[in-house]
Design a protein around this ligand. Structure first.
Ligand SMILES: NC(=O)c1ccc[n+]([C@@H]2O[C@H](COP(=O)([O-])OP(=O)(O)OC[C@H]3O[C@@H](n4cnc5c(N)ncnc54)[C@H](OP(=O)(O)O)[C@@H]3O)[C@@H](O)[C@H]2O)c1
Length: 466
């Protein structure tokens, strides 16, 4: 989507996957087998931190199989008496003291507390204590992922976070394991189910943003305070994790452009339909190396509402569905899609990470990917066609004034669209632009904003081809 060609020199595309401690796959020492009579020789001992929505589902799945290689031994939660349930095996130790878990002989700690503190501290202590960690915590991984991966690597254990992006969709594990043989250069997706629900409702029934948000809140698809979702903050944290895991690039969330979907009106879907397009919140990260500067790696990344062709795969993601699309130099496009949240789907991703640890112990050190690389430049600019929607006090010469400024910046108009029926006091019309650099367009729009006929600020959306 960015103009420069994707890197042909992509190095490690995958976040580090340090080797699990070999003892977890080896037959336990004599004394260890005595710890639990139920433990089978190759079982991984697992402790859960957090017995909430996801924690309960993980415990249920772990305790269903009698011949599982995973043995749940500890559950930690504050005020744990409220949480105890007779439906889980009696051997499980319930505790509200984190030291009981950290000092135990568990092999893997599953962190399902959420947030940065104290969860981050407990994850660090677990890794330092030689325990692998599985987490669904996107906030922690997007903020501290590379640091924690380095810590896991130096401790000789593993850190897995497949559930931190797109819940039950195996996007991270698919990218890190299934596409390990490729060099990925672009990851695009619909990473926030709340935004996708709102936008697909606006599209389906022609409702306003506020009406669709209210409906999403009533159905439990949106929080009472939806700002992290609709402002793109939640999706941006997931994009940071995908850029680390898939593109091997280490960025901080605040370095990535996030634009809200609150500016989208139902009329935009009417114009989009005339262009054979629809509107979705698109998260996009691209590793770019220009032929002129082959040693510089640029990350082009943003979370923003964008137009997409109606027949594109991402346009077909309905309601609260998520979709992650990975583009590789050798495999082309690979798509992961489905429902990204909820206790049971997210627990599947957590348990799959546990299986991955159980299966891959003893991997040779050479199989471990290199640490993620800090890009030389991070930009939110893409060279693509754009959609501009204006609401103006009608008078002669408006289009000429806009065209003059756009021409000054070398930007060509592709088409003009105007629906009938708007009042002259607030006339809405749309301009589509031929492919242009969004940084240059922003300079033109700053000048256009000074013109005195606007009733509301112009809306600018990129038009992506997929
Ligand atoms: N739910 C989803 O659909 C979903 C999807 C993808 C990822 N995730 C991630 O999964 C993680 C867990 O989410 P969740 O929905 O299961 O959250 P949750 O229902 O709020 O569960 C969190 C659990 O941790 C406990 N807890 C919180 N702070 C604690 C503390 N300081 N000490 C001890 N226990 C503490 C809570 O106890 P109390 O009951 O006392 O509050 C609760 O049982 C989060 O990182 C979330 O982002 C969730």
């Amino acid at each position: 989507m960015a103009k420069s060609r994707p890197s042909k020199r992509a190095s490690s595309k995958s976040i580090s996957r340090p080797r699990a401690k070999s003892r977890s796959n080896a037959a336990p020492a004599g004394g260890k087998a005595a710890v639990s009579r139920n433990r089978q020789p190759a079982q991984l001992r697992v402790a859960l931190l957090g017995f909430g929505t996801v924690g309960k589902s993980v415990a249920k799945i772990l305790c269903q199989e009698s011949d599982s290689p995973l043995l749940l031994t500890h559950i930690f939660n504050r005020d744990v008496r409220r949480k105890k349930t007779a439906s889980l095996p009696k051997r499980i130790r319930w505790t509200e003291r984190i030291e009981d878990v950290l000092a135990s002989d568990v092999d893997v700690i599953v962190e399902l507390i959420g947030g940065l503190d104290p969860a981050g501290d407990w994850v660090r202590r677990a890794l330092r204590a030689g325990k692998s960690v599985v987490t669904a915590n996107k906030l922690l991984i997007s903020e501290c992922g590379p640091e924690l991966v380095d810590l896991a690597r130096s401790a000789g254990v593993r850190l897995e976070f497949g559930a931190s992006v797109a819940g039950g969709i195996p996007a991270i594990i698919g990218i890190q394991e299934g596409l390990a043989g490729d060099k990925l250069y672009r990851i695009a997706g619909i990473l926030n189910g709340t935004c996708n629900y709102i936008l697909t409702r606006m599209e389906a029934i022609g409702s306003s943003f506020q009406a669709a948000l209210k409906e999403a809140q009533e159905l439990g698809f949106a929080e009472a305070d939806p700002s992290a979702d609709v402002d793109g903050i939640d999706a941006r944290a997931k994009l940071v994790i995908l850029a680390q895991a898939g593109l091997g690039l280490r960025v901080r969330a605040e370095q990535i452009l996030a634009r809200p979907i609150t500016t989208i009106a139902s009329v935009d879907f009417m114009y989009a339909r005339d262009l054979d397009c629809t509107i979705r919140q698109i998260s996009l990260a691209e590793r770019v190396v220009s032929p002129e500067t082959p040693n510089r790696v640029r990350l082009a990344g943003a979370v923003q509402p964008a137009l997409l062709p109606s027949d594109s795969l991402m346009a077909h993601a309905q309601g609260s569905q998520n979709i992650v699309t990975a583009f590789g130099e050798y495999s082309g496009r690979t798509v992961f899609s489905g429902y990204g949240a909820g206790g049971d789907p997210t627990a599947v991703a957590v348990v799959s990470d546990l299986y991955a640890i159980a299966r891959s112990t003893g991997a040779p050190p050479g199989a471990l990917p290199k640490p993620a690389q800090v890009p030389d430049e991070i930009t939110g600019d893409f060279t693509v066609p754009h959609y501009l929607r204006f609401v103006v006090k009608d008078r002669p010469g408006i289009v000429a004034a806009l065209a003059t400024i756009l021409a000054k910046y070398g930007i060509s108009i592709d088409a003009l669209l105007q629906k009938p029926g708007f009042p002259h006091s607030a006339l809405s019309f749309v301009m589509t632009l031929e492919s242009c650099d969004s940084a240059e367009l922003n300079r033109a729009l700053a000048e256009i904003a000074q013109l005195d006929f606007h009733v509301e600020p112009p809306l600018c959306l990129p038009i992506f081809s997929e």
